[in-house]
Design a protein around this ligand. Structure first.
Ligand code: PXP
Length: 246
C-alpha cells in the first residue's frame, strides 16, 4: 500500500509574468484557486527580500482568499519572521536567499547556521507554523535539522533534475533515496522540491518516505501550452504512477 503524496503548487512564476509588465495580470491568487480545483493539496509562495515575484499583498490575499494551506517560503531574516508571525501560514519553509541568484541555489546550511536558525524555528513553531528546512540530501544537514527541532525537511532535488547525463542522474537519485531514509529514521517528515518536471518526477514520487512535492516553474511553463489546470493534472497523474510503482 503506497503512502499518500501531496502536491504543493508553487505560484511564484505566475507573479514573475505579471511583474514583467506591472499591473495585475496574470494573478497568482487566481492560479492558486485553479490549483485547488485541479487537485493540489497546498500552495507555495516565496516572498523574496527583493519582491521580484510574489508581493506582500499576494501573501495577504493567499492567506485570506484561497482555500488551500499556504506554505510560505522565506529567508531566515527578522523581516520574514515578522511577516510569517503576522500572517500565520500553515507552513514556513526556510530557504537560503542571495539577492543576485536567479533561483534558490543550493540548500540551507543547517549545520553552520544552527545558532541563527534555532530561535527562528522556535518562534515559528510556537506560533503553530509548521517549519521545514530546505536542505541538500546530505546526512550532516539532516542531522542538523533534527537537532534544531524542525519537524520537516524539504530535500533540494535540483541537481538530480538538472543532470543531463543519465548515470549522473541515477547517482544523484540514490542520494535522495538515502536522505529520505535517514529523514524517516530521524522522525523528520520529508518533502522534496526544485526543478521537478514530468520527466523527473516519477522516481522521486516512488520514494515512499517523501510525502510532499513542491513544484512550480515547470508547471507554469507547461501551462502556456496546455493550460494551468491541465499541467497540474498531468503532474498529479505522473506522481500517482511513480508512487504506485514505488
Ligand atoms: N521548493 C523550494 C524550497 C523552492 O525554493 C522552490 C523554488 O522556489 C521550489 C520548491 C519549486 O521549484 P521549481 O519552481 O523549480 O519547481
Amino acid at each position: 500500500m503506497s503512502r499518500p503524496l501531496r502536491l504543493g503548487v508553487n505560484i511564484d512564476h505566475v507573479a514573475t509574468i505579471r511583474n514583467a509588465r506591472g499591473g495585475r495580470h496574470p494573478d497568482p491568487v487566481r492560479a492558486a484557486e485553479l490549483a485547488a480545483q485541479a487537485g493540489a493539496d497546498g500552495v507555495t509562495a516565496h516572498l523574496r527580500e527583493d519582491r521580484r515575484h510574489i508581493s506582500d499583498v499576494d501573501i495577504t490575499r493567499l492567506v485570506c482568499d484561497v482555500d488551500l494551506p499556504l506554505n510560505l517560503e522565506m529567508a531566515a531574516t527578522d523581516e520574514m519572521v515578522g511577516i510569517a508571525l503576522r500572517h500565520k501560514p500553515h507552513a514556513a519553509c526556510i530557504v537560503p536567499e542571495k539577492r543576485e541568484e536567479r533561483t534558490t541555489e543550493g540548500g540551507l546550511d543547517a549545520v553552520g547556521g544552527h545558532n541563527h536558525l534555532a530561535p527562528i524555528i522556535t518562534q515559528l513553531s510556537e506560533a503553530h507554523i509548521r517549519v521545514s528546512l530546505f536542505i541538500e540530501p546530505d546526512r550532516a544537514q539532516l542531522e542538523a535539522a533534527h537537532r534544531l527541532g524542525a519537524p520537516v525537511v524539504e530535500l533540494h532535488v535540483g541537481a538530480y533534475c538538472d543532470a543531463e547525463d543519465l548515470d549522473e542522474r541515477a547517482v544523484l537519485l540514490s542520494r535522495i533515496v538515502e536522505a529520505a531514509a535517514i529523514a524517516e529514521d530521524l522522525g523528520l517528515e520529508c518533502h522534496a522540491g526544485h526543478g521537478l518536471t514530468y520527466e523527473t518526477v516519477e522516481p522521486v514520487a516512488a520514494i515512499q518516505s517523501i510525502v510532499e512535492l513542491n513544484i512550480g516553474h515547470f508547471l507554469v511553463g507547461e501551462a502556456i501550452f496546455i493550460g494551468f489546470e491541465e499541467s497540474l493534472r498531468e503532474m498529479r497523474r505522473r506522481m500517482d504512477i511513480g508512487r504506485a510503482r514505488g
